[in-house]
Design a protein around this ligand. Structure first.
Ligand code: APR
Ligand code: PHB
Length: 404
């Protein structure tokens, strides 16, 4: 098998990249280790920045999102039983976000890819990437029946998430890893009940962080900060609702609606960046290169930024022969990645309560919230970061791709 771009992983990064390349007339092959049902049901955040929405529309993948997604013009910050709304369009010159579950983005992209007959192989695990420093990198893979094969490529893009293999093809001598773990995770539930508020609520409470989110007008998604290593099975549904109610309580007559819990899981929290994001003809994109804690809802949006940057650079190379944008790929992506890392870290530390929090930590958290809720410029900074960082480039964008 041979192709121009070998893509490892059919998460949002790999699938969107295949679509952008297909639209530009560049062939690719996607290899995904899991089966289609698993990939389509994996629960992740679903907050799409304005730039992500624009990219999906321009890629021809926005039709159902525009019908079923929920445009959101703000979030609520909740602390000390008070409620404060952050108005995104008013603070950012008109930007907002879209609530559309990552599972749905993935389903839409898979349907498009398979509809076009685009090569997308499920249950096909990449075993290793070789020859990244040559003109012809290769992906060795194995299918579930044990058959092994090799995909010859001009470029390989590792979109295989944090646990994938592509990152290991970058020699340790050139890799730089920056990492931080947190002593807590998120216990998340899906519940068949209309959301108790029409926008997301981020709550800081002495008992820990809580988040009210949603998947649709009839499905709520809620999270509780829990100690690292917590087993979701240790929490009964009633205990979860009681704890959510405590952490989300307010002085007004707001109430939390309860409903049947349909899924329950714990997400660990991590900040991680692998630099550089390119080695020879191997490019890393999305979670394969970086992880953010979910508090800023940036994971999917960063993945989109990476693959748009790669697609633009490759189209530019094809059309002009110039490799400058491919050469700048890592630096271009990392600038945005580090803004998202900074923001996600700041949101996480402002809103979560570590078990060993000191009175000083508490007061600083409250001061940070006081600042955001009393200074328009501090609030605008949060709104700008939340609604997204531009997909900027070191040179003028050569192509008619979104976000230019
Ligand atoms: N071979 C083939 N596929 C692999 C391999 C491998 N060796 N290892 C992992 N994969 C697949 C995984 O099964 C998964 O489907 O790669 C895919 C990676 O997808 P994600 O983990 O979703 O990563 P990414 O596409 O970068 O997602 C970006 O969106 O999914 C959200 O919030 C999530 O931050 C993440 C963001
Ligand atoms: C979600 O809906 O799953 C979600 C929303 C916002 C976040 C994280 C997760 O910051």
């Amino acid at each position: 098998m041979r192709t121009t771009v070998g893509i490892i992983g059919a998460g949002p990064a790999g699938l969107l990249l295949a679509r952008l390349l297909h639209n530009a007339g560049i062939d690719s092959v996607v290899l995904e280790s899991r089966d289609r049902a698993y990939v389509e049901q994996r629960q992740r955040a679903g907050i799409l920045e304005q730039g992500t929405v624009d990219v999906l529309r321009a890629a021809g993948a926005g039709e159902r999102m525009d019908r079923e997604g929920l445009p959101h013009d703000g979030i609520e910050l909740r602390f000390d039983r008070r409620r404060h709304r952050v108005d995104f369009p008013a603070l950012t010159g008109g930007r907002s976000v879209m609530v559309y579950a990552q599972t749905e983005v993935v389903k839409d992209l898979i349907a498009l890819q398979l509809g076009d007959g685009g090569p997308l192989f499920f249950e096909t695990e990449a075993l290793e990437v070789t020859g990244a420093e040559s003109d012809h990198p290769r992906i060795r893979f194995r299918q579930t029946d044990g058959t092994e094969g090799v995909l010859d490529c001009h470029y390989v893009v590792g979109c295989d998430g944090f646990w994938g293999v592509s990152r290991t093809a970058v020699p340790a001598t050139v890799s730089r890893v920056s990492e931080r773990t947190y002593p807590f995770g998120w216990l998340g539930i899906l519940a068949d009940v209309p959301p108790s508020h029409d926008e997301l609520v981020y709550a800081r409470h002495d008992r820990g962080f809580a988040l009210l989110s949603m998947r649709s007008p009839v499905v709520s998604r809620l999270y509780l900060q829990v100690p690292e290593g917590t087993d979701a099975a240790d929490w009964s549904d009633k205990e979860i609702w009681d704890e959510l109610e405590r952490r989300l309580e307010t002085d007004d007559d707001w109430t939390l609606r309860r409903g049947p819990v349909t899924a329950k899981s714990v997400t660990p929290m991590r900040s991680y960046v692998h630099e550089p994001m390119r080695h020879g003809r191997l490019f890393l994109a999305g979670d394969a290169a970086h992880i953010v804690p979910p508090t800023g809802a940036k994971g999917l949006n960063l993945a989109v930024g990476d693959v748009v940057t790669f697609a633009r650079a490759l189209i530019h190379r094809r059309d002009t022969g110039d490799t400058a944008l491919l050469d700048a790929y890592s630096a271009t992506c990392l600038r945005r990645v580090w803004q998202a890392e900074r923001f996600s870290y700041a949101m996480t530390t402002m809103l979560h309560r570590p078990e060993d929090a000191t009175p000083f930590d508490d007061r600083v958290q409250r001061a940070a919230l006081d600042r955001i809720t009393s200074s328009r410029s501090a609030e605008a900074d949060l709104a700008e970061s939340y609604t997204g960082f531009p997909l900027d480039l070191p040179t003028d964008p050569p192509h008619d791709l979104p976000g230019a």
